[in-house]
Design a protein around this ligand. Sequence first.
Ligand code: G3I
Length: 370
Amino acid sequence: MVLFAFFAAGCASETINQPTTLKGAFKHDFSIGVAVNQRQFTGADTNGVALITSQFNSISPENALKWESVHPRPGADGYDFAAADAYVAFGERNHMLIVGHTLAWHAQTPAWVFRDENGRPLQGTNAADRALLLQRLHDHIQTVVGRYRGQIKIWDVVNEALNDNESIADTNLLRQRSPWVRILGPEFIVKAFEWAHEADPKAILRYNDYSIENPAKRARLIALIKMLQAQHVPVTAIGSQTHANLTWPSPQLEDEALTDIAKLGLPIHITELDVNGSSRGQRLQSADVSQNALATGGNQPTQAAAVQEQLAAQYANLFAAFKKHRDAIKLVTFWGVTDADSWRRGGNPLLFDGHWQPKPAFYAVVQQAK
Ligand code: G3I
């Protein structure tokens, strides 16, 4: 109730009975999603739940469907679906568009996946090792996607597989440090999409990555997707994470990137939106968690109001670009509910503060809907 009164007060054109909501403001443009954590989808964070159900019409699991969460141990009995089941039940109860994140990623995947039974690292030069890793990927995807067939409508099938070197001179298409890439090469991407499609033929299957605004990575994304399309691999949407900061991407860069990516002919989803407001986070365009942990804070209390304004301005820029490309963009998902929930919490990167109150950036975003 307190929240609703606040929204109404903040937006003069709304009556007290019709609070401003993100999902309402953009209902003619795209769905509005949010990444949720365990305390939220189990109901423990009641204030968080109130915001999720009132403001958003789609959810992504911040961690609950990653390999280490859902499949911590090897073998058919190595799955643990308790959290994932609660996540999906929460989405169904609240009639939300439910996203799955993520099936094949180099991070948050247990070490055993890339080792044999004796702990020896699997080698790409060894045919039996390759077959074993492909078998594990197959079983994981069939089991996890199959369990939620018809319930999880969108999957991040492959996450962050592209080389993220900003130099265009680096001709490696894929991230060489990923064990998936080292052991299997591009085959793991092809197979992951094919097996996900087999397990749920109706699901939307995304390739998801960060910093695809930057020209070198964008060119690699386009090359990868064209390669997959040429082989009739069922990739059916592009996920652009959009972990932004106060000045990056510029309006022009965002517009250019969306224009280029839309030419692939697939829907675009903004999958992990946030804007790092910390002074130490401004040079960072990576979604790597360890780098971001260092790059938070640094703002002087006297700068707080100015940073709020910059954050609002950057969100307005981004939503202006999303609106312009509304024919291609089907879903915009924020990576967390409040600043206190965020992986970049020191950068206060979201639309709601740690007390669940809307920030100036919230109103700046809603303004762009008009
Ligand atoms: O699982 C342990 C738990 O047992 C322990 O109690 C707790 C104590 O800190 O740590 C837990 O693990 C943490 C996990 O989140 C769950 O909370 C990890 O240390 C922490 O590193 C992990 O961070 C997640 C990060 O991915 C890891 O890569 C963030 O919450 C999550 O927001 C972030 O999300 C990624 C996307 O999946 C992909 N794109 C980039 C984005 C940001 O890094």
